[in-house]
Design a binder for this molecule. Structure first.
Ligand code: 6PG
Length: 227
């Protein structure tokens, strides 16, 4: 049974980014009004960059935003392939979120020590207000990959032998990623078509293990959806 989802199919990737940005800003206003802060988990990969660049141009109550990462690659903190570097350059260095409210995964320490440290940060943050996630061509999300086994009691996992380079990563767990009021998937590009079809047909993929109480919003362009 597929988790209750709202599919928002838009013609172009730019429209996907704009719609997602608008929902994130609305979710932030709601969360800050309701409990004084907005706890946002950023997605990695390349798809979210358009969203981050739009957020950087927005006018928001940044002083009450708290930033987390769904996953990180075990590379030096300044490595060009770090998810945190992309998010910083596209978004975080352009807005006034206090540095103390940005919780980067210390993945440069290696999978085990970084996951252990981030486990505590996630435990203190839950529940999230908004989680952003991408999806890989094999149906992975964050750094949760098909066929990988993880302990159920972990909030953050050490990841080895990732089929998507680099091989070592850290990922927030499916259970912790699902502990959120809102969740958005960002999926664009024809190379995601097969994974989308497999997900919609009920295949047991990592994306299907993300099951918040509320419906998830899937923002997808025509190229990726093309059912
Ligand atoms: C990563 C991401 C990963 C990503 C998907 C989609 O570290 O690579 O967390 O889960 O979201 O692989 O990547 P693209 O957006 O680049 O297609």
């Amino acid at each position: 049974m597929q988790h209750n989802s709202r599919w928002h199919t838009l013609e172009m990737a730019d429209q996907v980014a704009l719609a997602a940005c608008q929902q994130i800003l609305a979710s932030a206003e709601y969360a800050i009004a309701e409990h004084g802060r907005f706890k946002l988990v950023l997605a990695g990969g390349s798809t979210p960059e358009k969203v981050y660049r739009l957020l950087a141009q927005a006018d928001a109550d940044w002083a009450h935003w708290f930033i987390y990462y769904g996953d990180e690659r075990c590379l030096p903190a300044d490595h060009a392939d770090r998810n945190s570097l992309m998010a910083t350059q596209a978004f975080l260095e352009k807005v006034s979120i206090p540095d103390a409210q940005i919780f980067t995964i210390p993945a440069e320490l290696g999978p085990e020590p970084a996951a252990k440290k981030y486990q505590q940060i996630v435990a203190s943050a839950l529940p999230f207000d908004m989680v952003l996630l991408g999806m890989g061509e094999d149906g992975h999300t964050a750094s949760l990959f098909p066929g990988h086994q993880h302990r159920e009691d972990e909030l953050a996992h050490a990841v080895y032998n990732s089929p998507k380079p680099p091989p070592e990563r850290v990922s927030i767990s499916a259970r912790a990623l699902s502990n959120t009021r809102h969740l958005i998937f960002l999926i664009t590009g024809a190379n995601k078509q097969e994974a989308v079809r497999n997900w919609r047909s009920g295949q047991d993929l990592p994306v299907a293990t993300i099951t918040p109480e509320n419906p998830v919003d899937i923002y997808i362009d025509r190229d990726a959806y093309n059912a």
